[in-house]
Design a protein around this ligand. Structure first.
Ligand code: URA
Length: 210
């Protein structure tokens, strides 16, 4: 069965995304908005996270109550823009581990080239949540998940802010078992591999490098 695409249409997320798209928004404001959105998206992404029952004492009596086993989650940030999602997600799941995948897009071919890959130990016990704000051609996302699957995590989810229809189709044909969470599916890619209408280069806007 093909895993679903979760299009997260919550008004708070949509409002903040509109602000992020505006070309005159400052780096500081762009970063803060992505941080807020990632916190809100974390609620959706972790909706069916496994819990375990532990015994606690309320002021009145002892009870069994559920807690999330946050240490079993690994956020996998696709460098560099994936870092913009990390703080917000960690606010919601502070016990999670973090992995990094470094990929750059060859500007001519748009093919993803790996330059860094570092995951925590015991990946087979972990649920992986892959973070990359822009699912454009899908090349980086497909390459990152290809590599991640070699470490055999228990499960994989992919989270982005914006997806292009082309990238979404590419990703889903390569990894039909991986659910995708996105706040928007934009119109198309342009000839340079940018999502339109989009929000420009997420890494540059996040880090102020342009
Ligand atoms: N990466 C970005 O940062 N923006 C796009 O539009 C496409 C890829």
């Amino acid at each position: 069965m093909t895993a679903p695409v979760h299009h997260i249409t919550h008004p708070l997320i949509q409002h903040k995304l509109t602000l992020m798209r505006q070309k005159d928004r400052s780096t500081n404001s762009f970063r803060r908005l992505l941080n807020e959105i990632s916190m809100l998206m974390a609620y959706e992404v972790t909706r069916d996270m496994p819990t375990q029952m532990i015994e606690i004492e309320t002021p009145l009596e002892t009870m069994m109550a559920p807690v999330i086993d946050g240490k079993k989650t690994v956020f996998v940030s696709i460098m560099r823009a994936g870092a913009g999602f990390l703080d917000g997600m960690l606010n919601v799941v502070p016990g999670a581990r973090i992995g990094h995948v470094g990929l750059y897009r060859d500007p001519k071919t748009l093919v993803a080239v790996e330059y860094y890959f570092k995951m925590p130990a015991d990946m087979h016990e972990r649920d992986a949540i892959v973070l990359d704000p822009m699912l454009a051609t899908g090349n980086s996302a497909v390459a990152a998940v290809d590599r991640l699957k070699e470490t055999r995590p228990k499960s994989i989810r992919f989270v982005c802010l914006l997806a292009a229809p082309e990238g979404l189709a590419h990703f889903r044909s390569a990894h039909p078992d991986v659910p995708v969470y996105t706040a928007a599916i934009d119109r198309q890619l342009d000839e340079h591999g940018y999502i339109v209408p989009g929000l420009g280069d997420a890494g540059d806007r996040l880090f102020g490098t342009k």
